[in-house]
Design a protein. Structure first.
Length: 269
């Protein structure tokens, strides 16, 4: 069964966006102008809101300041629609891999969570021939795109996550994110505990995905020179100039309680 490998990426535009929670601003005054197929590298020190920015751009955390569009869909109003067009990979606490499960079990589970196959209702059943063929094709395409060959793993698809090298686990997480054809893939901690060569390899993988048309937003250091760099940490002066005057709170403005709900939204990823 052939698979269409052409990816339609999402344009990302943001003006002065920020997320405020009960403990203050996770990030603030971030601007992005990225066309489809862009590699967006999010940089900033730990605690500067890199993960929150990824969640906000994928519709999983409500922005409380500024405006953004992803694939032409406005945020925060159309968070649900943005979620359906985006995917997460390698996000601690949200898109974690289960160490005891095998590579094959992770892929099977993600396939079962995918959209129903068009056509006969019987074809979409897990034991239907078309469903099995489509699932196999989807899995093969995702593994190929993530450059994770089962033949390179100790026990093939029966290899448990705990037995994977860190770069292999990252590739599996990316493959799971690609399973259902998102327009934007968000990848956190690209450089987490990777050797220099592995970090370069990881960024190369993400850049290659963008060359196929997919938009990728990834957090970490060591991004290639042609990536669009977005920083979550600015000097106080830069942040003040970008954010402008502090808005006056009123009954229609986002309250602290609503901001707390925005953080809770990430749990529904």
């Amino acid at each position: 069964m052939s698979v269409n490998t052409t990816r339609q990426g999402a344009a990302v535009h943001a003006g002065g966006i920020g997320v405020e929670g009960p403990r203050g601003w996770a990030f603030r005054a971030v601007d992005i102008a990225a066309e489809p197929g862009t590699l967006i590298a999010v940089q900033g020190p730990s605690g500067s809101g890199r993960t929150c920015l990824l969640l906000a751009l994928t519709g999983r955390m409500r922005i409380t300041e500024g405006e953004a569009t992803v694939a032409g869909l406005g945020l925060p109003k159309r968070m649900g629609s943005v979620r359906s067009r985006t995917a997460l990979a390698h996000v601690p606490g949200i898109a974690d891999l289960e160490p005891a499960l095998t590579v094959g079990e992770h892929l099977k589970e993600r396939a079962l969570l995918g959209p129903r196959i068009q056509g006969s209702p019987l074809a979409s059943l897990p034991w239907g021939k078309r469903h099995k063929e489509a699932t196999r094709a989807r899995v093969d395409a995702a593994l190929a795109a993530a450059r994770l060959g089962p033949e390179t793993l100790p026990k093939g698809l029966r290899t448990t996550v705990r037995d994977l090298e860190r770069i292999e686990a990252l590739r599996l997480s990316v493959a799971l994110g690609l399973m259902h054809g998102p327009q934007l893939l968000a990848v956190d901690d690209v450089d987490l505990k990777l050797a220099d060569a592995e970090r370069t390899e990881a960024w190369q993988l993400l850049r290659d995905l963008t060359r196929e048309g997919l938009t990728v937003v990834a957090a970490g250091d060591g991004a290639p020179e042609d990536a669009l760099i977005v920083r979550t940490a600015r000097t106080d002066t830069e942040a003040a100039e970008a954010a402008g005057p502090t808005p006056v709170q009123d009954d229609t403005h986002t309250t602290e309680e609503e901001a707390a709900d925005a953080f809770a939204e990430a749990g529904r990823a």
